[in-house]
Design a protein around this ligand. Structure first.
Ligand SMILES: [Zn+2]
Length: 141
């Protein structure tokens, strides 16, 4: 979910900010500290990302949170040449990557690196922006 602010100091459209909920609050609070947390079923242990109410493995609503390594491999990517929100237009073109995290789930983020190939080793980071933390990936160190 996002919320659009219609004003900022430059007069340009503001970037959408993430809007937390009781379901996603632990994720966003950790992201603000630079830590990637993943939701895990407290009954069967299945890891899931993005946060959801029920486990799709056993339908339990019992949840715990686990820190992720941030490491993974490139699953796919897209080069964005069209801004679907006017606040992103000055950043075009940019690249979004889908990463297979070591924990067995996929995460989406910005790409900050050179060329990409499926299977490349990457690591995730958070940038603390005015509108909220932004997950991005770089080549693994
Ligand atoms: Zn489960």
């Amino acid at each position: 979910m996002s919320q659009v602010s219609l004003s900022n100091t430059s007069g340009a459209p503001a970037r959408p900010s993430p809007v937390g909920s009781p379901l996603t609050a632990p994720y966003w609070e950790a992201a603000a500290r630079g830590q990637l947390l993943l939701q895990q079923c407290a009954d069967c242990g299945k890891v899931r990302h993005y946060p959801r109410l029920l486990c799709d493995g056993c339908f339990s609503d019992q949840t715990r949170w686990m820190p992720a390594s941030g490491r993974g491999r490139v699953h796919s990517w897209t080069h964005c040449h069209h801004a679907f929100h006017p606040a992103f237009a000055p950043e075009l073109p940019y690249t979004l990557v889908t990463i297979d995290l070591e924990e067995g789930v996929r995460a989406l983020g910005r790409w900050r690196g050179g060329g990409l190939a499926i299977g490349d080793a990457v690591e995730g980071h958070f940038e603390q922006r005015a509108e909220g933390p932004e997950l991005y990936f770089t080549p693994a160190a």
